[in-house]
Ligand binder design. Sequence first.
Ligand code: LLP
Length: 417
Amino acid sequence: MHDFKYKDNELYCESVAIRQLAEKYGTPLYVYSRKTLVDHYKKIRDAFKSLRPLICFSMKANSNITLCKALVKEGSGLDIVSGGELYIALKTGVATKKIVYASVGKTEKEIETAIRHHIFLFNVESLPELEMIDKVAARLGRRQAVAIRINPDVRPKTHKYITTGRKENKFGVDMETARGIFMNRARFPHLNICGIHIHIGSQIVDAQPFVKAIETISVFINELERKGVNIRWFNIGGGLGIIYSNERPQTAEEYAKAVVPILKKVKAGVILEPGRFIAGNSGILLTRVVYVKETATKNFAVVDAGMNDLTRPSLYGAYHDVLPVRSASYGSSSELRSYDIVGPICESGDFLAKGRKFIDLKQGEFLAVMSTGAYGFSMSSNYNARPRPAEVMVDGKHHKLIRRRETYRDLVRTELP
Ligand code: LLP
């Protein structure tokens, strides 16, 4: 699953002792295993190889340039959602013909920049957006390829904030609207409306909702073909779940086994845009215990990472495993004590984990918050005027700073007197 393992009671990332990284680069610190990252990309690529799909890593999960570059080098494209992500994507050296662009709120300026850079496909989420892209393409004298994002109205079992394919969500259009768009595509002379996109949610652990959504769309694609509409691309989105605690998510192979036979029945080329599956288990957030605070009801380990560094526990009640960097702290089970791992932020909701068992946590000791490679740093903020953490990439026995820690000066850099 990943390359963070204990050797001689010390946690390692590949061949590098985590403690060494904490001492050299300080904490809080995001640490990534290049091998885990690339292996997960390869798992998807290999599972789907009979379809030769375009896999576009969803940059919102982690947009660090070095990390994205490692995937681009393996042949990955990128899924972007903003002008900012396009800007970063261009710095990775990705072929712009491998960029797909979703988002319900693309502005005219963002659309223009993306068209100028010859991105591959816009995933269009509404009729007014379609009109806007047509208008901008006309102005630039271009014909832009687009896919229509359809909301297949399936109900994946996941957190309500991260389901996206239900009728009441803001994303995509319903089937009827899509049908109308395809049948009247001549209304948009500067668009090549040649694809369908779906993305039904995130952290989906079982293949069934994907199967249902893909089946529904496949039937629709065949209907359109009969009506003379040629669908060249079917983008099945991301959403594959990973192991945070005791989930048993489908593997890439199981996922492919369930959906490839359906996808083979349509002529369209396939696009995937996984984020979490590729990056999630490749990263940890390393933090230091600042104080151990014992109260009548609870023990708190106050650490130097907070909800501004990793917001998932506070925002979604998400579970992340927390491991001591020295496994000796586990000790024998009779000596275990329960701790809430909390940050320094002035909010009661600022916690990384609750009720976790350790043997006597000590001031100064390092803890690893696991599976934080996706939606970790990318959702971090400067709340409480906290500089955001540094990021380090480990590759075998080598390690490299891939984002320096922010300074206090960075905190005020954009302010004007
Ligand atoms: N494609 C589209 C259009 C998306 O909206 C997303 C994620 C993805 C692909 C990638 O999904 P993934 O493979 O990573 O599940 N912040 C939340 C997750 C939000 C996901 C938003 N969209 C979290 O921390 O769990």
